[in-house]
Write a new protein. Structure first.
Length: 401
């Protein structure tokens, strides 16, 4: 019996369940405080993506979050976009509405599909298709849209979830779909996700920025000058092909976090402005009238930082681009402009302004929002005052005919 007891004691680990491991200590959570907790809640409600760790250069969370709110307010894209013949709107519920008339491609053969409605078979495709009052786009009623962008023959819409929808002619791949075809109604660009900013240019160029600051472009890549030379349109990377059908990352900006973009130019050419989270401004593409801001009329295939803006020592938070002119807004509300004199706000004393200069007429104002049209510009100040300048054709500056 004693031998059996010894044997049982010796073999006990073999027939009994192993003892449960001690509980792991719970990870200690970093104290956030009431202010930081509330700021994070509001950031989530606004759709701002705040990481778990502070970015390089930030010392504490509350000042960093407050600065993000300020920059978000200055950079926030308006819930409307206007082209030559049509307009896009987003209402308070995040629903997409369109109105106007459908354009035709330069060849004059295909309707533009820019209104996003699936027309019935009873509608003659040769008739001009018009929508008077802003009307909901049926296929998008279950989506919550936060911003829209209208090009010449194509449109983009950004949802709260960060998805991008495109529709229109698909000229030169401007819709971002691999087949390069047109879309009668909005269709999601499958290769894009968690996008925070979108832009659509007049020359069939599109752009987007995702939550980690990567800049994507697609559409028309190469144009032809009057002399027959190939010129870069403004995609930010060297291409042999005429078009880039799907969104491609501008890896020349891999070392910076892009916060917003603006596309300018005309029907056959374009240029791009990109403002970074650190307050720098880059430009690339065609440089008619010095629209790139580098002091010359030379085109830039790859993104290049605008040195004149860097030398100001200011942090820039927003950019705007017209057909031949551009603007950049500082965190303090100072506005810098350059390009064609008829729209840059510096007067008619020279053929072009190829280097950015602060707009003297608004030097005493704190500008909060800017926009650039074909040959005109406008700015809204902190006091809610609206300023316009440039070409006043058809009275669109609001100062009378």
């Amino acid at each position: 019996m004693r031998d059996l007891a010894r044997l049982a004691a010796t073999c006990r680990p073999l027939w009994r369940d192993a003892p449960a491991p001690p509980p792991r200590p719970k990870p200690s959570l970093r104290p956030t405080g009431l202010v930081e907790t509330e700021l994070r809640r509001r950031a989530t409600a606004r759709g701002l993506h705040i990481g778990a760790s502070l970015p390089a250069g930030a010392l504490s969370w509350v000042p960093y979050l407050l600065k993000r709110f300020l920059r978000d307010a200055l950079r926030r894209e308006p819930p409307l976009s206007v082209a030559i013949n049509f307009s896009l709107f987003v209402d308070a519920k995040g629903r997409l509405l369109t109105c106007g008339g459908e354009n035709r491609q330069p060849a004059g053969t295909n309707p533009g599909h820019v209104l996003g409605h699936a027309w019935g078979s009873d509608v003659n495709p040769e008739w001009p298709r018009l929508i008077g009052p802003p009307t909901l786009v049926p296929s998008m009623q279950d989506r919550r849209i936060v911003s829209v962008a209208a090009g010449e023959w194509h449109c983009l819409a950004l949802s709260r979830e960060g998805d991008v929808y495109s529709w229109g002619d698909g000229h030169h791949g401007s819709l971002g779909h691999a087949d390069g075809g047109a879309r009668l109604v909005p269709s999601r660009i499958e290769s894009l996700s968690r996008i925070e900013s979108i832009a659509a240019g007049p020359s069939s160029v599109s752009a987007a920025v995702d939550e980690i600051g990567r800049h994507f472009t697609w559409g028309r890549a190469i144009s032809t000058s009057d002399t027959g030379d190939a010129i870069p349109v403004g995609l930010g990377y060297a291409l042999i092909l005429e078009s880039q059908l799907t969104p491609t990352w501008v890896d020349a900006l891999s070392g910076v976090r892009v916060a917003g973009v603006a596309l300018g130019g005309g029907v056959a050419f374009s240029f791009t402005l990109a403002v970074t989270d650190a307050g720098a401004v880059f430009s690339f593409g065609y440089s008619s009238h010095g629209a790139l801001g580098h002091g010359s009329l030379e085109a830039e295939v790859l993104p290049r930082r605008i040195e004149a803006l860097r030398q100001t020592g200011r942090l820039f938070v927003a950019v705007a681009a017209g057909s031949y002119h551009a603007m950049a807004l500082t965190e303090e509300g100072e506005l810098y402009a350059w390009g064609r004199p008829s729209a840059n706000g510096h007067g008619q004393d020279q053929a072009h302004q190829a280097t950015p200069r602060q707009l003297a007429a608004l030097a005493g104002e704190r500008v909060r929002h800017v926009a650039a049209g074909w040959h005109s510009s406008c700015a809204v100040t902190e006091k809610g005052e609206l300023y316009t300048w440039g070409s006043g054709a058809f009275g669109h500056l609001g100062h009378g005919l």
